[in-house]
Design a protein around this ligand. Structure first.
Ligand code: 5GP
Length: 203
């Protein structure tokens, strides 16, 4: 399963996805590449792979991304290799990407992708959270709020929507989505053999 999480910045998506993989060691988080600068505390290879514009464009040309998009004039993209490796090992992968990336992944792997949109309880709260980060200038915050509204306008393209009113409730809902989606018939190919055996029991 490819579990895609999108939300406007500040709605808690990154914390939710990190906590989800802490609780589920069988789920891996896709680490994106980006051309934006690292924020204080962010680690290369853990939060993102921080790369130059040149390196990013070279990788696009080589077909090294599952999807990529420009967000706030910076490139963001999902490297293919680790995702394919995890899926081949039978592990589910979580993606913290924007609506453009969600659309591209859904087109490429419609049967594997489950899309979840995280909404903040209010736009005011979102702005407060962005301010509390204290890392961005007023101009950047205004730009991010405009961008947040643009992101929210895509909410109907998602299979599930979580309103992140309180963190533990939102996490519980996300875990329920993971559990239910894992029970889908199409994700349990062993069922066919099981049913064949059931049917042959009376032969
Ligand atoms: P930030 O710079 O705040 O970490 O992320 C900005 C936005 O870029 C967020 O909405 C985040 O989900 C999105 N993003 C991060 N990585 C990727 C990626 O690999 N692809 C796409 N399409 N968006 C991404």
């Amino acid at each position: 399963m490819m579990l895609v999480l999108s939300s406007p910045s500040g709605a808690g998506k990154t914390t939710l996805s990190k906590r989800l993989i802490m609780h589920h060691p069988d789920v891996v988080l896709s680490v994106s590449a980006t051309t934006r600068a690292a924020r204080p505390g962010e680690l290369d290879g853990e939060d993102y792979f921080f790369v130059s514009h040149e390196a990013f464009e070279k990788r696009i040309a080589e077909g090294g991304f599952f999807e990529h998009a420009k967000v706030f004039d910076q490139y963001y993209g999902t490297p293919i290799a680790p995702v394919e490796e995890a899926l081949t090992e039978g592990r589910d992968v979580v993606f913290d990407i924007d609506w453009q990336g969600a659309q591209q992944l859904a087109e490429k792997a419609p049967r594997d992708v489950v899309r979840v949109f995280i909404l903040p309880p209010s736009m005011k709260l979102l702005e407060d959270r962005l301010r509390k980060r204290g890392q961005d200038s007023e101009d950047i915050i205004n730009g991010r709020m405009a961008r947040a509204e643009a992101e929210v306008s895509h909410w109907e393209e998602y299979d599930y929507v979580i309103v992140n009113e309180d963190f533990s409730g939102a996490l519980e809902e996300l875990e329920l989505i993971l559990r239910a989606e894992r029970l889908r018939r199409t994700r349990r190919p062993w069922l066919r053999g099981f049913v064949d055996e059931l049917m042959s029991e009376r032969d």
